[in-house]
Ligand binder design. Structure first.
Ligand code: AFP
Length: 449
């Protein structure tokens, strides 16, 4: 927020000074005057200007952009805000700190006419409490407590991922998991964090984790089973690519005591979702038959804030996401389908765009936001597919369906209805926009005639 009173935002600039030094801070480059107080911005990210030494104009533009983006908060203490700068929004409980009201700083730069300060926002904690009160009159609060434990594990994993390079957490742990995959240090840490959080809440009886061969059973009378891939996409970790935690929650039948008891179809999940640890930590959460809601971790507050209420996947979008490197092993219907979107027929037909990150949470999150299709088909090399039914396919399928999309297997059946025989069973999967999955089904159906 800032209060602008018409003083010039950027004054004379010595490009030569920047060019010759190759290193500057904004305050050195141009001690900006703001209401006659010198403005000093000390943001380390803005200190290294070597890369600008041959491009003074780019430096100037980026500087202006930086100032527009960052000045409001940096500026706050430099200029007393007067009451005329503040307007309240009666319906939103928000406060707007106004500029000069016309979207310009009076110096030709377009700036926001005001920055809304939200004072009434929905944290995950508040969301869960309100949902519990709204949907389950006689709820015991056990599910809510379990979700709080999940939230703690996401925050903790996000914390360690952010610091992985600094704390030597990159690289291999020297062990392998049940699938024979080499475990990363963060795989092991994420798994421990997740399991301890579930144990600590006292409401969980079983945990199935990608990193653990056997079912984990906790003492006590927990009513829930949680299935998870603590850090999905971990082979991308060292390259700083987004990874995530995928989870599903089942309510157990009385007497459930062994692994077979949670070999259940995804339709039995009471909730599922995933957290993507990327530029920010984004949690996508859905409950059985409910909406899909997106939360973003505010690291300063330490809270997940509801930023994407009622996420809906677009009906169709010409984006496909698949590991094309496996196409040599694809079966005929799979090849036929992908050829149909890459080499469409007709004078105005355009081929689809390809996007593949290789980290399902990131590919799924993009698909959820933009639409399109994500697929990991079974093939001649992996006839059962690669992704795990219980803790990868089913949770994602529930998210996609509840957002208005679809998720199917290689045989075209509904992913959520697949019953795994063992806890680590795999399947091929196609998920995303309804209109796109229907096109897959159309091709598959032609082969089944
Ligand atoms: P890792 O967790 O071993 O990186 O596997 C990631 C994953 O399970 C899923 O997130 C990706 O979509 C898929 O595997 C990528 O597999 P490919 O590397 O075979 O494309």
């Amino acid at each position: 927020m800032w209060a602008h009173h018409g003083a010039p935002l950027v004054r004379s600039t010595s490009i030569q000074e920047v060019k010759s030094s190759g290193l500057a801070t904004i305050s050195r480059w141009n001690p900006l005057k703001y209401d006659s107080a010198p403005l000093r911005i000390h943001d380390p990210s803005f200190v290294h200007f070597k890369s600008y030494s041959h491009s003074p104009l780019r430096f100037l533009f980026d500087s202006i952009r930086y100032i527009k983006v960052h000045l409001p908060t940096n500026c706050r203490t430099l200029s007393p805000i007067t009451s005329s700068d503040i307007t309240t929004s009666p319906h939103k409980n928000n406060i707007t700190m106004g500029g000069n009201g016309n979207g310009s700083n009076g110096n030709g730069f377009s700036v926001d006419s005001g920055t809304e300060v939200q004072t009434d926002f929905i944290t995950l904690t508040r969301f869960l409490t309100e949902e519990q009160a709204r949907l389950h009159e006689h709820a015991t609060g056990d599910f809510t407590l379990l979700c709080h434990a999940l939230q703690l594990s996401f925050k903790t994993i996000a914390y360690f991922i952010r610091r992985a390079s600094l704390r030597n957490l990159m690289g291999l742990a020297g062990s392998t998991n049940d699938s024979g995959d080499s475990q990363k240090k963060l795989d092991v840490i994420g798994n421990d964090i997740f399991i301890n959080a579930m144990k600590g809440c006292g409401k969980v009886k079983f945990v199935v984790s990608e990193e653990e061969e056997e079912l984990i059973t906790f003492p006590g009378d927990g009513k829930y089973a949680v299935v998870c891939d603590p850090i999905d996409g971990s082979s991308n970790l060292d390259a700083g690519v987004s990874v995530g935690t995928i989870f599903g929650i089942f309510k157990l039948a009385d007497g459930a005591s062994k692994a077979e008891d949670i070999c259940l179809p995804g339709t039995e999940m009471v909730a599922s979702g995933f957290t993507m640890y990327g530029a920010s930590a984004n949690l996508v959460l859905t409950m059985k038959g409910g909406a899909v809601n997106g939360f973003t971790l505010d690291t300063a507050l330490g809270e997940f804030i509801l930023t994407h209420p009622d996420m809906r996947i677009p009906h169709s979008r010409s984006i496909y996401s698949v590991n094309e490197g496996n196409s040599l092993y694809w079966t005929e219907p799979v090849r036929k389908y992908f050829d149909s979107i890459k080499y469409p027929e007709g004078p105005d037909a355009k081929p689809y765009s390809a996007r593949y990150i290789g980290s399902m949470v990131a590919d799924a999150y993009r698909t959820l936001c933009y639409g399109g299709l994500f697929a990991y088909p079974a093939d001649k090399k992996s006839p059962k597919g690669k992704l795990r039914i219980l803790y990868e396919c089913a949770p994602m399928a529930m998210v996609m369906e509840n957002a208005g999309g679809m998720a199917i297997t290689d045989s075209g059946s509904r992913m959520l209805e697949v019953v795994p025989e063992k806890i680590h069973d795999r399947s091929g999967i196609y998920m995303g926009s309804k209109g796109e999955i229907e096109k897959v089904l159309k091709v598959f159906n032609e082969y089944q005639k």
